[in-house]
Design a protein around this ligand. Structure first.
Ligand code: MG
Length: 345
């Protein structure tokens, strides 16, 4: 029998199957938790759909699902990740995010206090990036059939007129810039899971890249492509871009920014920072003429302080990504094979 309670007991309560049944308990969860924190005019329409005017120009749309474990980690949580992840994917196309939809899959028994923390974190991330959460869905699965919470977000954004950032635009001679240190997110998650202790706690870099991108586009409107090296890390992102553009890439190992503690953790875990996930970094390919100006602009921004030119685009019919190692040799930087770090985002 579904219990009737007029107020959600957020401090003591847990998610029950009834919260996903579409009845009174669902309504309480929606009203007292989701709508309370995500409040905006379109969400308040209370219909099965949000209806809004289309802005003029081109639109960008992106979807992502989040299954990270643990749900809370140094530097972030699954909620923040779910908002920034989709906002960043829109920003990589130069789009200003407008709206998000959110879908929650909750496991029976999830403490409502954890859910509220996650929702508050999402609301803060949405407010920071100027995006409204205008539609949502909640489903509940039985205990043992989920892992607390899975979140899926879809984002809609507006692309400024004349801007065409795309992974197929890299040209031989272009310069590759990385916005900051590699591997912080993946190592923050892994050290939580493996219970590794370091002198300084490694925090996830989980952040919105929107403001950095907007400043970069103002400084160098001719940027060819932007991509965030999330799952699969920098190596995977560079291989994607090389393949899309049918070019080769040569990066310089000694130019790659990696924090000392992340490097140490990678050695301990037998990982290469090239393949470890990032959640607040971007790779930019630009015309060599724009590189110095762009680097300067990025370094003035808090999220691009450690930005570095890490390599160049070159002609290569095989679209290989290569790296000049610290020892002066050359190696192939291949696609990530298999699953290195499951449930990283
Ligand atoms: Mg991406």
């Amino acid at each position: 029998m579904q219990r009737l309670h007029s107020r959600l007991d957020i401090t003591q309560g847990k998610i029950e199957l009834a919260h996903g049944a579409g009845g009174r308990a669902s309504d309480q969860l929606i009203t007292q938790l989701f709508k309370k924190h995500f409040d905006n005019v379109l969400l308040a329409q209370n219909n099965d759909q949000a209806v809004f005017e289309l802005p003029t120009g081109r639109l960008a749309m992106s979807v992502d699902s989040f299954v990270v474990s643990p749900l809370f980690f140094p530097g972030g949580d699954i909620g923040k990740l779910a908002v920034y992840g989709t906002v960043n994917d829109l920003a990589m196309g130069g789009a200003t995010p407008l709206y998000l939809t959110v879908s929650f899959i909750l496991e029976e028994g999830l403490p409502l206090s954890d859910l509220e923390k996650i929702v508050i974190s999402m609301a803060a991330a949405a407010a920071e990036t100027g995006v409204n959460i205008i539609a949502g869905d909640t489903k509940v699965v039985e205990r043992g059939k989920g892992d607390g919470i899975f979140i899926s977000t879809t984002g809609l954004g507006r692309v400024p007129c004349g801007l065409n950032l795309s992974g197929d635009q890299a040209r031989p001679g272009d310069v590759i810039i990385l916005s900051g240190s590699l591997g912080d997110h993946g190592i923050a998650i892994m050290s939580q899971r493996e219970n590794l202790q370091f002198e300084t706690q490694i925090e996830s870099d989980c952040a919105s890249l929107l403001d950095l991108v907007m400043q970069m586009l103002t400084a160098a409107p001719g940027i060819r492509c932007l991509r965030d090296p999330t799952r699969g890390g920098l190596a995977t992102t560079l291989n994607e871009l090389a393949q899309q553009s049918q070019v080769g890439m040569l990066i310089d190992e000694s130019a790659l920014p990696v924090k000392v503690e992340v490097e140490a953790a990678c050695e301990l875990l037998g990982l290469s920072p090239l393949y470890v996930a990032n959640e607040g970094k971007l790779v930019c390919v630009c015309d060599a003429r724009d590189a110095a100006q762009l680097l300067e602009t990025m370094r003035q921004h808090v999220k691009g302080r450690d930005a570095a030119i890490i390599g160049q685009v070159q002609e290569d019919a095989h679209a290989f990504v290569q790296m000049k190692t610290k020892l002066g040799g050359y190696c192939l930087v291949d696609w990530l094979t298999g699953e290195q770090l499951p449930r990283i985002c």
